[in-house]
Each structure stands twice: as C-alpha cells, then as structure tokens.
Design a protein. Structure first.
Length: 122
C-alpha cells in the first residue's frame, strides 16, 4: 500500500495518467496502475480477446491466454495443458494440423525451434 498522500485528482495511472477517482488501482514497483494497464504490462491479458483474465491463466509461447481461448490457430480445436501443440507464426497449432504441413515447412520450423533453444542467454 502506498504510504504517500495524493490529491484525488493527482492519483493517476502511471501508464495512461487517468485519475483513479475511487476506482481500483494496482501497485507494482512503487507505481500505481489502472486494472487494464497493470494486466497489460504484467501479463494477465488474454492474447486472443485482450481482456483481463479473471480465472485460471494458461501460459504458452510467452503469452497469457484465457483457458477457453487456448486453441489451435488453424482448426480452433481447444487445447489444454496435456495437449501436444506446435508453434507456427507465434501461435499454437495442434498436432493434427501440424502433421498436414508440408514436410519442408515442418523441417524449417523444427530447425528454427532448435536454434531458438540453443541461443545463449545474456
């Protein structure tokens, strides 16, 4: 909780600068944010619907997803934590759709994935 005092109209979101005016705010690293910008900046907006994720968060491909929005980007089959999926164009693809890709594309995706894993972390 902030230990500082503000005039109500000066207590604003660090991102959009809109006053909270009694609305809920979130704090991170000593800064106050509105709900939308807090979740946008700190990872709780769904990649598909861009809404605040109220329930369980599914994290994959360095993105957050509503559990019901995590699906194959080609056939829209729902995926879960146990589903085997592949990355294509930064989106999930189910195994069935991936296996329909031309073999040359699958080979290039596999090489790209292997190179990404081998990159040293600075």
């Amino acid at each position: 909780m902030f230990q500082r005092h503000f005039f109500l109209q000066h207590f604003v979101c660090a991102k959009c600068e809109k006053p909270f005016l009694g609305h809920r705010h979130y704090e991170k690293r000593g800064m106050a944010y509105c709900e939308t910008h807090y979740h946008q900046l700190f990872g709780n907006l769904c990649f598909v619907c861009n809404q605040v994720i109220a329930g369980d968060v599914f994290t994959a491909l360095n993105k957050a997803w509503c559990v019901h929005h995590f699906s194959c980007s080609i056939c829209d089959q729902k995926l879960d934590q146990k589903s085997k999926f592949f990355e294509y164009d930064e989106k999930p693809v189910c195994k069935k759709c991936y296996e329909r890709f031309p073999s040359e594309l699958r080979r290039r995706l596999r090489i790209s994935h292997e190179n990404t894993i081998k990159k040293p972390v600075p």
